[in-house]
Design a protein around this ligand. Structure first.
Ligand SMILES: [Zn+2]
Length: 422
């Protein structure tokens, strides 16, 4: 008898293989698909009832309750735009010895692991992610439709602050231009040290140069920042602040004033470290022993407090990013639950943060993040109503990306990650 998880894997493969147009990127004639839905969250905070969504090729072309015939009947589910995760490390995995391998291992292991992470992420309802590493080939392979995965925007090599050693402002500008030439969609900047201590690792002048040059090159900047680096990144005109522990109310207000996007993490990242501490312990940049991970338990409530405070700042744009690392791929939606359950985020605001607001932060509002004519047909369906029960985000039963159906399973189907990794 085949092991149950193997059967599930085969079943899912068959669903992928039977999805229309997976391998054909230039269909000879327009393909029209009509989805019937009883509840549609439009991604911008609106709700529509009892309607039909019309898709031609990769785009939504109409929303019309009279359109027919219906190809997919998703009545009884909640239909919404595919989610956007603003911060993932999609190449990171656990190696053969069970230990965290970063994006390392042999090229073959690394490639299969990254492809698996991409597939798990898509099955979990995330149709676009922003990656902090450099899977340029994977990004382009997925974009061509040769590999199932979310649409990927990616940084290549990060700019890691090392004080004066980072370089002069001119050298930093040249580094940013080099990233652009290599095909980066964004620049990742490390502007501060650890979660609990350490000051800025780039001077204000260096940070100004990095974010200004990126802007000139048409690239967005995502800044890993704690404490004083939050203000520094905001003053430098960087696009988005990641993490943000130690930010004061004044820092948060300044971000709101300047339109800087904020991407704090409520729980998944640290919960995942605690769940997998045996696999992370003793690997580079992580505590040497499992006991060393106790500190993350103490930091969790500090993150909740930060988000609760951020929610009170008028106009602050809080986007959705999980910082998904090995063990968290495919469980990205847990962060939505954490934000609602532990931080008091309104469930609709949580959905919007991973839909239209996320798209705005990527500069892609005209392409993704909402269910509206002219936009990409990136759509998911949940078995349940996330506005009443946020845990419905775990029950993704339908995934369409760019008009292609990658998942269409029965209610109660076991999430893909349950059969593949913890
Ligand atoms: Zn990260």
């Amino acid at each position: 008898m085949l092991p149950a998880r193997f059967v599930r894997f085969i079943t899912i493969l068959c669903i992928c293989a039977s999805a229309q147009n997976v391998f054909s990127q230039t269909p000879a004639r327009k393909q029209r698909i009509i989805i019937a839905a009883s509840t549609v969250l439009d991604g911008k905070g609106g709700v529509q009832h009892d309607t039909h969504i019309v898709i031609e090729d990769s785009k939504i072309v109409d929303i019309d309750p009279k359109a027919g015939p219906v190809d997919y009947d998703l009545r009884g589910m909640t239909v919404l735009p595919g989610w956007i995760d603003a911060h993932v490390h999609i190449t990171w995995f656990f190696g053969k010895d069970g230990k965290f391998a970063g994006g390392g291992g042999t090229p073959e292991e690394a490639a299969y692991a990254a492809a698996s992470n991409a597939w798990l992420t898509l099955m979990a309802g995330f149709t676009t992610v922003q990656n902090m590493g450099s899977p340029i080939t994977m990004r382009d392979t997925i974009a061509k439709g040769m590999l199932p995965g979310p649409r990927i925007l990616t940084a290549i090599d990060p700019l890691t602050g090392r004080g004066e050693k980072t370089g002069t402002p001119d050298e930093i500008r040249a580094y940013v231009r080099k990233q652009k030439a290599a095909g980066a969609d964004l620049i990742k900047i490390y502007a501060s040290g650890g979660m609990l201590q350490g000051s800025m690792t780039l001077s204000q002048e260096q940070l100004n140069a990095a974010c200004d040059e990126a802007k000139k090159q048409g690239l967005r900047t995502l800044v890993h920042a704690y404490r004083d680096a939050v203000r520094g990144a905001t003053i430098a005109g960087c696009t988005q602040v990641e993490h943000g522990l130690g930010a004061t109310d004044d820092d948060l207000r300044l971000m709101a004033e300047r339109g800087t996007y904020f991407d704090p993490q409520a729980g998944l990242l640290l919960e995942n470290y605690l769940l997998n501490k045996a696999k992370y312990a003793g690997t580079p940049f992580y505590p040497a022993t499992e006991e060393g991970f106790d500190v993350f338990q103490k930091i969790l409530p500090m993150n909740h407090e930060l988000i609760k405070r951020a929610l009170k700042i008028p106009g602050l744009k809080i986007v959705f990013g999980t910082d998904a690392v090995a063990g968290a791929h495919g469980r990205n939606a847990e962060e939505l639950i954490d934000r609602v359950r532990d931080c008091g985020v309104d469930p609709m605001a949580a959905m919007v943060s991973a839909n239209s607001l996320g798209a705005e932060a990527l500069g892609m509002s005209d392409q993704i993040g909402a269910i509206a004519p002219g936009l990409q047909a990136d759509m998911i369906a949940l078995d349940g109503d996330p506005l009443k029960d946020i845990t419905a985000v775990r029950r993704v039963v339908f995934v369409m990306k760019g008009g292609i159906v990658y998942k269409n399973v029965a209610r109660g189907a076991i999430p893909a990650y349950a059969g593949v990794q913890p």
